[in-house]
Design a protein around this ligand. Structure first.
Ligand SMILES: *Cc1c(COP(=O)(O)O)cnc(C)c1O
Length: 490
């Protein structure tokens, strides 16, 4: 299997090289030259880990099966609170795919628990003796999931930068209590965009790259543009389809839809890849919040990033530039020059438009709609009252979008809705929807558990008494100095 840059097909790399490098040199993303197929009947008898090995070995073609197996076991043997890893739960006639049973209660754990192992194995395959420094700017969920994945991983250091006043109390507490000798967590005086911009600049700062090189270290990214984050997410689409077959909810080869709360387009793209591998998914329901750039794009074929960023109650989907969409555009057009042209237009004019041929192809597979913050709260309340199922705001956005889809009578297949976070991560919105709020998020957790009988995840329950280990706050201008301090310290 070869990986090609979406902006220049002549730049190709092996799987281990892609995982180490993250982005292609000219700024393109790596994508496959062809997508392998899976024998679903063969997979029917596999558990999550066996299936993960089966899927990954088709893509990581310069890894040995033993190496892949070791990565999978290290990632999933005991870090999730259920052996199923990603269980499904029936709500009315559809199914919720719970992706939040990992160590930080957000779906990013599925990929970030295995990425560090894929990365260190890639170093071995490339016979590199380099060390890795991961820099991550976070608006909340990614930071903690990356810290939990990378803590105490040999030859890797990780630094997380979060906007000091821009994350929830729980998210902050999750990050600043992280153990692990290779972790640095810093509050930054600025908003998420400031953090992200400053961190991105570090990756191309010649001076920093030289200092790292003197310490035999290279930068890498835990961001979802890395194929090492995309591949592990294919597995749960296959797994949940087979679960429906195993429960006699559907016959093998019967079609389903999936509804995905979408931000950077990584999760939904993994579902699309699962379809190309043979999972019979008819429609991808792309759910957005008030940051509805993707809804407009899928409906009109015009991607317009010239819009105001809205801070919503489903913050992990607050986004204006959805990076993984580039991979879909490349795959649908099979045209690297065209993809490069669209990305240049996005950079220079903040917008691009696809041809009507491409738009037709896109609309055949994807349905899109968006949900207001108020509708999100109403959905949480309605599903809780009618079905006794407690959703987090991101999941509620996907569920509401499914209801919009049903109203249009496009098809009547069963649908899997991705649940991307535990409701306990977003107590303020959840309690506002079903009861009442208070200042203290831990008090709300206790009250929510009593009211709903939904158990507080262990990691969040214990959080209150964890010791704060990372106290430092810095200004944007101090980020570089901190990076130098961390690489120089052995
Ligand atoms: C990151 C995230 C999303 C968005 O996923 P993408 O792969 O970026 O589309 C949705 N919900 C939650 C809770 C997330 O953390």
């Amino acid at each position: 299997m070869k990986y090609l840059s979406t902006r220049n097909k002549n730049l190709s790399a092996s799987s281990s090289m892609c995982i180490l490098e993250g982005l292609s040199k000219e700024g393109g993303l790596f994508f496959f030259d062809s997508i392998p197929s899976l024998d679903l009947n063969e997979c029917l008898k596999m558990n999550y880990l066996e299936l993960a090995i089966e899927v990954l070995k088709k893509f990581l073609t310069d890894f040995s099966e033993e190496e892949i197996s070791a990565c999978v076991h290290n990632a999933y043997d005991d870090s999730f609170d259920t052996e199923e890893i990603t269980p499904i739960v029936k709500v009315k006639e559809d199914w919720i795919l719970e992706l939040f049973h990992g160590p930080t209660s957000a779906f990013k754990d599925v990929a970030l628990q295995i990425l560090p192992h894929l990365l260190t194995t890639s170093l071995k395959i490339q016979k590199s003796d380099q060390k890795i420094l991961i820099l991550t700017a976070t608006s909340g969920d990614t930071g903690k999931a990356a810290l939990e994945g990378f803590k105490d991983v040999e030859n890797v250091k990780i630094m997380v930068f979060y906007p000091k006043d821009g994350v929830s109390e729980i998210q902050k507490k999750q990050m600043v209590t992280t153990k692990g000798n290779n972790c640095t967590v810093l509050g930054v005086d600025g908003n998420f965009d400031d953090c992200q911009k400053a961190v991105k600049q570090c990756f191309t700062d010649e001076d920093l790259i030289n200092i790292l090189s003197d310490h035999n270290t290279q930068f890498s990214s835990a961001n979802s543009i890395n194929v090492g984050r995309l591949l592990p997410q294919i597995v749960y689409y296959v797994k949940s389809y087979l679960d429906l077959v195993r429960r006699h909810e559907i016959e093998m080869n019967e079609k389903i839809n999936v509804s995905v709360p979408t931000g950077n387009f990584g999760n939904i793209l993994a579902g699309y890849i699962a379809k190309q591998m043979g999972v019979p998914i008819e429609k991808f329901i792309c759910a957005s919040n008030e940051n509805n750039v993707l809804t407009e794009f899928i409906q009109t074929g015009i991607y317009n990033a010239n819009r105001t960023f809205v801070k919503t109650n489903s913050p992990s989907m607050d986004i204006v530039v959805s990076s993984n969409l580039e991979r879909l555009l490349y795959w649908l057009s099979q045209d690297d020059a065209l993809t490069a042209q669209m990305m240049t237009s996005l950079k220079e004019k903040g917008q691009y438009e696809i041809s009507s041929f491409m738009k037709e192809k896109l609309q055949k597979e994807f349905y899109a709609s968006c949900v207001t913050q108020k509708e999100t709260e109403e959905m949480i309340q309605k599903v809780y009252e009618e079905d006794h199922y407690l959703m987090d705001p991101h999941t509620a956005v996907a569920y509401k979008t499914l209801l919009d889809f049903k109203k249009e009578n496009i098809n009547s297949y069963k649908t899997i809705v991705c649940a991307t976070a535990s409701p306990y991560k977003f107590m303020d919105t959840v309690m506002k929807s079903i009861d009442s709020t208070s200042e203290d998020e831990f008090e709300m957790m206790e009250r929510c558990e009593k009211l709903t009988n939904v158990k507080i995840p262990k990691n969040l329950k214990n959080l209150k008494n964890e010791t704060v280990r990372h106290h430092k706050n810095i200004s944007i201008d101090e980020i570089k100095e901190e990076v130098i301090r961390v690489v120089s310290h052995d």
